[in-house]
Design a protein around this ligand. Sequence first.
Ligand SMILES: NC(=O)c1ccc[n+]([C@@H]2O[C@H](COP(=O)([O-])OP(=O)(O)OC[C@H]3O[C@@H](n4cnc5c(N)ncnc54)[C@H](OP(=O)(O)O)[C@@H]3O)[C@@H](O)[C@H]2O)c1
Length: 253
Amino acid sequence: MKPLSGTVALVTGASSGIGAATARALAAEGAAVALVARREDRLRKLATGISEAGGDAAAVTADVTDPQQASAAVAAAVDRWGRLDILVNNAGLLRMGSAAQAPLQDWSDLVAVNVMGVLHITHAALDQLIAAAADSARGVADIVTISSTGGRVARPGTAVYSLTKFGVNAFSEGIRQELIGNRVRVGVVGPGTVDTEINDDLPAQAREAFARNTANMVKLRPEDVADAVTYMVTRDRRVAVNEILVRAAEQTW
Ligand SMILES: NC(=O)c1ccc[n+]([C@@H]2O[C@H](COP(=O)([O-])OP(=O)(O)OC[C@H]3O[C@@H](n4cnc5c(N)ncnc54)[C@H](OP(=O)(O)O)[C@@H]3O)[C@@H](O)[C@H]2O)c1
């Protein structure tokens, strides 16, 4: 028996970076994993890789900014496996630049994915998580949200990104207290700088500024953050690890 045998996990943003690594890690611990994101080809490839490694996973295409698609994604996982024990709210994006020059669309996109995406999926999943906690060999269910060092300290150029990450921290703390009686643990993992595709959509100037700021730093790998998520959700039911900060070792902020 593996620590998560018999459990079902749903990971948003599973098509790349931290989400893909987390899906692989949870599957390796025995969870069946619903892989949620928009790029179906990536999800299918990941599902195949997890199956070949002896795990169980399914691609579930959804845009988390749409409440109907978020709810359908949760329903797809429950239809397939009959329960939902672990939710990892990971889908997110980054936009950088000074507030005076930022297109308003950047701010809307940040809030739509990093905040509303988390709320849509969590809202759809809560009843299932409560039911799973009550009917589970583990005796608990888990919600883990990927925040950021930007959720602890706001810095110039990422004010609205920080707003979204401070926001999900606050939401997590509120529902953590609400869900104690239901044995649904709520945790936040705050990564530092991780080598993923998150910067790929930034304008060249922002990418160059980011590259300069992080030039002397060995960046985290997505697996380093997946380790933190796995640690949280594999603790005994008496232990709630509610927050983990994982910085790159040379990171000052
Ligand atoms: N990389 C870092 O340095 C770092 C640091 C701190 C925190 N984080 C946080 O870690 C999380 C994962 O980021 P990452 O670094 O792994 O970046 P990434 O490789 O760009 O992955 C982002 C994921 O989010 C998904 N996504 C974006 N918009 C979506 C939407 N509307 N609906 C569904 N899925 C959506 C993407 O999939 P599709 O495009 O296929 O939909 C992708 O799978 C984010 O919350 C980010 O804020 C990252």
